[in-house]
Every structure is written in structure tokens, then in C-alpha cells.
Design a protein around this ligand. Structure first.
Ligand SMILES: [Fe+2]
Ligand SMILES: [Fe+2]
Length: 273
């Protein structure tokens, strides 16, 4: 079964007709039907889609990996361009989220209200568990934590009882396309841990055919790098496309270690799996 992924928004741009920003948006096409995984931070996503010849009006829905601005910031703009669509996310994605490091505090959550999303979409569908968004295409819902090296990230916080506490990221989920050749897995930032995500997908859907998306292996998560690379080497999915928050050191190590099975992601990249 053919599955196509097209990167509409990423931290790195391909040829000069495409634009980059800190963000992620990936269009997934399965049997001629398409679904948008994350929206990126700004309307760059729409410009890149246009430059790739992709008509966003054809998408059947939008799945949100987690409630950070770089994945949801362009949601209303995308809904304007695409027309009203169903929008799926975990309820905790709507919680206000902050970057907090010493005296520095920055809001990094969804920059508009639940009502604004409901008013621009065909419906905001909130679920903490798995949801089938198109035939054979699933949002995982909450990811069970099974590894001992993918713990909380102290600077990424939510407010609880007036205090900033590490975000438990119960909202962080993945998108899975079931195919006879194995599962195609799309991550957002993988705050819940890319190994936790892949262990869950292995358990629920079986062998993994491809992994695409952010893995958040830099930015204070360097201790995750080696055990993650070891896991991926052993898992050996036929194709890995990592990008967004993966980090330049991790990307360099992946190129070295995984050779032809690894493609560094960038805006404008379109791959038929
Ligand atoms: Fe994030
Ligand atoms: Fe991100």
C-alpha cells in the first residue's frame, strides 16, 4: 500500500522556493485520501503547500500531536485556506504551556481559544485514547511510559496550583497508518519519548515500516540520544525521516549510523513509502 508524506513545515527549508520556521506540519496521503498532521507555527505551511502543488482543501482532517505553538500556531490559518475540517487533539493540548528557565518565562501553548477552533472547524474532537481518523489511520492517544531515559523536560512546563511544574505531556501522541507492510508512524515533538511511542505502536499495530517527524533529541534531551539510536538501530525500520526538533547532532549521528534508511527532513520533501 502506497503512503506518501509531504513536509509542509519544518525548521529547515529545501530549495529556495520553500520557507522554514521552528515548526512541523506533514501531509499524509493514503489511497488518494489525505490528512494533515500538525499545522506548523505560521502561514508558511500554506505557502509551502502551494509551492508543492498541494491543495489543502482536499484534506479530510487535522491531527494535533500536542499543544505547542510550533505545531498548532497555524491551525486557524490552515482552516481558512482548507475550509472547515475536523480537528483532533488530546484535551490536555489545550492547557496553557510555558517555557520556564530561571527568570525567563514564555507562553508556548496554543495561541487561541477552544471556541476559536470550534468556530473555524467542522468540530474539535478531543480524546485521550486512540481515535481512527480515516480508514486505517489512527491517533494513538496517550503514550504509556516504559523507558527509563525519556523522563520529563524541566523547562517545558504547565501551571498547577499556581506553580510551574514539568509538563507531563499526556497530550503528546503520534499518528499511525496501518499498512500490510507495517505501520507508518508520525511523531510531533515526541515529548513522550520516541522509543515509548514506537514501543506502543509495536505492541498495538505490529512491525514498523517507517517513522517520520520530530524526536527532540537535543535541547537538554541529550541523554536520550544514545539509547534512542541503539533502539532504532535494533528496530531497523526500512525508512526513517527525522526533522524539526531532532537536533543537528542527532541528525548527524543518524546519517552516520543509519545510512540509506535515514533521510533528514526539510520543507518541500515529499516521499512515497
Ligand atoms: Fe513541543
Ligand atoms: Fe515542536
Amino acid at each position: 500500500m502506497e503512503v506518501k508524506v509531504a513536509i509542509l513545515d519544518d525548521n529547515i527549508a529545501g530549495p529556495p522556493i520553500f520557507k522554514a520556521e521552528h515548526g512541523l506540519s506533514v501531509l499524509v496521503e493514503v489511497d488518494g485520501r489525505s490528512f494533515l498532521w500538525d499545522c506548523g507555527q505560521t502561514s508558511i505551511t500554506i505557502e509551502n503547500a502551494r509551492a508543492m502543488g498541494i491543495d489543502l482543501r482536499a484534506i479530510e482532517g487535522i491531527g494535533i500531536s500536542h499543544g505547542h505553538y510550533d505545531h498548532v500556531g497555524a491551525l486557524l490559518a490552515v482552516l481558512m485556506a482548507a475550509g472547515p475540517k475536523r480537528v483532533f487533539m488530546h484535551p490536555e493540548a489545550l492547557a496553557p504551556k510555558y517555557f520556564k528557565a530561571g527568570p525567563i518565562k514564555r507562553f508556548i501553548g496554543i495561541p487561541f481559544s477552544r471556541e476559536a477552533i470550534m468556530g473555524s472547524s467542522l468540530g474539535l474532537e478531543l480524546s485521550s485514547g486512540p481515535v481512527e481518523v480515516m480508514p486505517g489511520v489512527h491517533l494513538t492517544g496517550e503514550i504509556p511510559r516504559v523507558t527509563d531515559f525519556e523522563g520529563p523536560e524541566p523547562n517545558l512546563t504547565v501551571r498547577m496550583d499556581g506553580e510551574f511544574v514539568p509538563d507531563p505531556f499526556t497530550d503528546d501522541q503520534a499518528l499511525v497508518v496501518e499498512t500490510p507492510e507495517g505501520a507508518v508512524v508520525l511523531t510531533g515533538c515526541a515529548h513522550s519519548g520516541v522509543v515509548n511511542i514506537l514501543e506502543y505502536v509495536l505492541d498495538r499495530f505490529g512491525p514498523i515500516r517507517a517513522v517520520v517527524g520530530g524526536t527532540h533529541l537535543g535541547l537538554g534531551n541529550e541523554t536520550r540520544l544514545e539509547p534512542t539510536l541503539d533502539f532504532l538501530e535494533e528496530l531497523a525500520p526500512p525508512k526513517m525521516i527525522f526533522n524539526h526538533c531532532t537536533g543537528t547532532l542527532a541528525i548527524a549521528r543518524m546519517i552516520e549510523r543509519f545510512k540509506d534508511t535515514f533521510i533528514p527532513g526539510q520543507t518541500g520533501l515529499s516521499v512515497t513509502l
